[in-house]
Unconditional design. Structure first.
Lengths: 479, 479
């Protein structure tokens, strides 16, 4: 699951970037040498022939498959990635522990009982409570948005199953995920506060397949209630029946819940820098996935892209000045646990993380680069962007870059960050569903991603000067 | 499920049409009056505003849902359609019994055990045998086509699970269904003859969704074995593992089978003709559907289109000369039982069925009209085609028309037939899957279908002369 910028915030964020400028006033400018630009251009063209990213994704999704955080495949996936990183010849491979509540999905079932009996294709949300043994049957009250639920009289909701039917449409920047993820993450808590018995949403997705989109919800202090997503065609059925004006009753049987704590790990690999090995560029993705699919686009792709980029750099005649770090983060899906643990573990040496960018929106073509860097490093980012331009990447110099979901916590403690924006038009058709499988990866577009990451990593690792990483540097940038 | 012409047979069929010509030599020519052409043109344009077809499909899929032949919803669907036909004001509504073996699906589960454990999205085929209690585990042997299985040494297959991975691609005329349906209908019997323990196929579909395509298989004297379809992404997984060269073992647990005989019914409605009420044009679709979806494209659409066309004709100031008959056929899916029963019941008066056409390939735009009529009626078909031309329909005068799946048996006993070919490009993405739901119906394209059927029915009902229906008239036309 990526965290996407709310486009409403961009002007504010841009203004803050400008306001923050004086703080960096004393810093020297960062530049990239012409020879490095030339080497990066060759690296870019070589990376367009990469097969290692696809092989990584193919291997992980075929040999391990689904990777629910804390589930049966969690350890298996870590062992697979550790072995793979070692086999690929990284100079150093290590793990760092990540602890979180272990949520398990045992079974799930739902059906409309009246006015017209129909089975429902649904899936429990992460952290959903179980229904009582034997299931839960209640009347449904429907809303077309989060705000409509919020505005409702709690008496109309009490004891009922709340259904929110908000729709998402497909866009290159995926901004409608803001609608769907708000309903999913905040809707169940709101419904619980209002006294609802359970919560259903139209899947946060842009497809019309009979495959529900799971994802985490956040009860944030509210009493957990059963919460699930129905597929778009099932949401249509619910809405048609609600429109008929006849009472709609649904039976839910969700067997799921939290089973104590689990300790997994971030898996980290590094190519050792030739001159400043203690400084690094960091990239990666998250190793966990939701359980209905095999987590190809979300997010074997993210790690695969970083692996491909690192392999392309490793194939150069000389190692870059700084180290290149690849992180396979633990449990992004239920609350950025891996990213937060990594940030906590590396906060003290954050200035050594010169720049970072993580991929968590599939593997379709990267179309935009944005950055949160010190003003004196803007020119260097522009140099990087110039090498990326022939790949169809545009540089939006006035927009910040959070570094991606798993690196957002690292960015929040001070790391300068790039965001390399993938085309998300198709992403939310498959995101968090059984359809997240290898066939959704387009090898040609994947190679473009590898080239973009390879160039960005290499040039950041070679740059003369830093990008502004220091404790708390971006504290006021984002919401 | 439509039965599609094999394009290989078309030249032969065309030749037979020509050879058959002398048999009709003594018959007078059939013509359509200019006033009727003008009325049909107005009817066509009015039918493009039809909403009754969509309302029919919406009602049936929402208020009844899946309609597995002989299943829980079989009687409910019949009662719904009888009530709907009566409410729509048909002059006569009646049923005719149809008896067939009742096959039931209780549960189904499959998983890869080795070399890499993965769950499988699969669905049992109609008439599949059950696995033993506790399931069946066996090694898998893979083939890329029906012919490759046929050519295999039975010793290599004995006791194993046969997997056939033949692929279909999307075409407007849907011809690749010939590949997929052959593997599905004939593969399990062949595997059983060769001593296989069970049979799996790559779904007969053109999508890459994690939703398997069910459909009937035909053991034709072979001992029934467990037989199921896996979704395309699951077929990819199986093929990747087979390619690795390591032994692949799968566990199947299918609880399904035949539970005696069931008697359902064809539901028939008629608008009484003004001058020759005992003669009629017949159109329709099949009322049963496969059980994973709600049977919107397959085949609520077929009945809905006929209903819409009949409603448009009923709205004219005068009834046409001949009657207009709409049939909702029972159990097409497991072997054309409704169509065969109808043919048997009406064989004696087949000459009264002046012409017929049934819709069973969804509701996307009709792009071609073909006909099996006597040579002296070709000019009348050309007149009908001329009225359809502005709707984007081309007339392929040298290709036969079987009348569609449910009417193929009626055609076989002598009814002249039109085939109104729907664009099947999207159809096999959803066919026989949980994705066969109302949202896959494009209301605009559906209206074009209604207009095509309304024009065809009206002009056939008004024509001066017949189209060649008589006992055994087309016996040599098709394979």
């Amino acid at each position: 699951m990526p965290r996407l910028h709310s486009s409403r915030l961009l002007p504010l964020a841009a203004a803050l970037l400008v306001c923050a400028a004086p703080a960096f006033g004393a810093n020297p400018s960062t530049t990239i040498a012409a020879a490095d630009i030339q080497a990066a251009t060759q690296l870019r063209d070589a990376a367009l022939h990469d097969d290692s990213a696809f092989q990584f994704i193919e291997g992980l999704t075929t040999e391990v498959g689904e990777r629910l955080a804390g589930g049966d495949n969690d350890l298996k996936a870590r062992e697979w990635v550790i072995a793979k990183f070692k086999a690929l010849g990284f100079d150093k491979v290590w793990t760092e522990p990540v602890t979180y509540p272990k949520w398990v999905r045992r079974s799930e079932h739902g059906e409309i009982l009246a006015p017209f009996a129909q089975p429902l294709a649904l899936t429990a949300l992460g952290y959903s409570a179980a229904t009582p043994a034997g299931g839960l049957t209640a009347e449904v009250v429907g809303f077309d948005s989060f705000d409509a639920l919020k505005a409702a009289d709690p008496a109309s909701v009490r004891g009922k199953i709340v259904f929110v039917g908000a729709r998402m449409h497909a866009f290159r920047d995926g901004h409608d995920y803001g609608i769907g993820s708000k309903v999913r993450t905040q809707g169940p808590a709101l419904a619980s506060h209002m006294g609802a018995a359970a919560f259903l949403l139209r899947s946060a997705g842009t497809d019309n397949n009979r495959l529900p989109h799971t994802g985490v919800t956040n009860f944030a202090g509210a009493t957990p209630i059963p919460a699930a997503a129905v597929s778009a065609p099932d949401a249509d059925q619910i809405e048609r029946m609600l429109k008929s004006g006849q009472p709609l009753s649904i039976r839910l049987a969700l067997d799921c819940g939290i089973e104590g704590q689990y300790t997994g790990a971030n898996v980290i690999a590094e190519l050792r820098g030739a001159k400043k090995p203690d400084e690094h560029f960091v990239m990666g993705g998250h190793l966990d996935s939701w359980d209905p699919g095999t987590g190809a686009i979300d997010d074997a792709a993210g790690i695969g892209i970083a692996v491909g980029a690192a392999q392309a750099i490793a194939a150069l005649p000389h190692r870059p000045a700084r180290s290149i770090r690849v992180v396979a983060f633990a449990n992004e899906e239920s609350g950025l646990f891996g990213g937060k643990a990594y940030a906590a573990a590396h906060k003290a040496e954050i200035a050594k993380a010169v720049l970072g960018s993580e991929s968590d929106a599939g593997a379709d073509r990267i179309w935009k680069i944005t950055a949160s860097v010190k003003p004196q490093a803007r020119a260097a980012v522009a140099q990087i962007a110039e090498v990326l331009k022939p790949l169809g990447v545009e540089y939006a110099a006035d927009e910040p870059g959070s570094g991606g979901s798993d690196l957002s916590a690292v960015h929040a403690v001070g790391m300068a960050a790039l965001s390399l924006h993938q085309d998300a038009t198709r992403y939310f058709d498959w995101h968090h569903t059984a359809n997240d499988t290898l066939d959704k990866i387009d090898p040609e577009q994947l190679r473009q991603n590898v080239a973009v990451y390879a160039v960005s990593a290499y040039l950041a690792a070679q740059a003369n000067g830093d990008f502004g990483s220091k404790p708390g540097a971006w504290a006021n940038e984002h919401e």
